[in-house]
Design a protein around this ligand. Sequence first.
Ligand SMILES: Nc1ncnc2c1ncn2[C@@H]1O[C@H](COP(=O)(O)OP(=O)(O)OP(=O)(O)O)[C@@H](O)[C@H]1O
Ligand SMILES: O=C(O)c1ccc[n+]([C@@H]2O[C@H](COP(=O)([O-])O)[C@@H](O)[C@H]2O)c1
Length: 218
Amino acid sequence: MSDTKIDLDQLLWGENPTGAKKIGLFFGTFNPIHVGHLILANYIVSATSLDEVWFVVTPHNPHKKKASLLDDHHRLAMVKEAIEDNIHLRASDVEFGLPQPNYTTNTLAHLREKYPEKAFVLIMGEDNLRSFHKWKNYEEILKHHKIVVYPRVHVASEDSTSEVVASLDAHEQIIKCDAPIMNISATFIRDAIKNGQDVRYMLTDPVFKYVDEMNFYR
Ligand SMILES: Nc1ncnc2c1ncn2[C@@H]1O[C@H](COP(=O)(O)OP(=O)(O)OP(=O)(O)O)[C@@H](O)[C@H]1O
Ligand SMILES: O=C(O)c1ccc[n+]([C@@H]2O[C@H](COP(=O)([O-])O)[C@@H](O)[C@H]2O)c1
């Protein structure tokens, strides 16, 4: 794992750092956004010379059922509320206007065209890297973007030992970074709310109030 800001920047930008604004993209359904997402994004934006991290709210992950999802606009509103006081974190609804389900390769092509002056890197958990070879055009994604991978608790599967996973692990576009591991998920939070438990410290105050007042996930 890489440690210091200098090491990480060297791996990300090399000897000739680009003059472009550097954006880290953190894709997710954020149903709802929780402190695990926030601590991680804030850690990465301060551990690298990224100017901003964008939380890209996905209407429909191609590998998940959409039925159980809260409305896109509520998930986006909660992200906005959660990051309001942090100038380095942004909410993006770019996928709202793109065809569904949302393939990340399409979104990235759209972003590159819309913002040719910006440099985009992806931010991904170790768990997602294990299944990254099942994403549409993942090789095309790697051609255009580096991916900052942070440690995540994951269950080993047959896939985790496959050749393609090993080659991704060692890929020059994959940059591993240290970050605190928080074993908390939106699923855990939704289930806890359903069971009448108090989840207030797992969400920021504004998001907790939003979820509570709207009676979400009960
Ligand atoms: N505690 C956490 N620490 C770091 N990354 C996380 C954490 N929880 C989720 N992520 C990552 O954040 C991204 C967006 O997450 P997502 O919206 O799917 O949240 P989630 O908590 O995993 O949701 P769900 O439980 O509904 O699947 C994913 O890449 C996911 O792996
Ligand atoms: O492009 C793909 O093939 C693809 C396959 C699986 C997941 N994704 C994206 O990965 C992001 C993280 O997913 P999730 O559900 O773990 O938050 C989300 O934006 C999905 O659209 C993308």
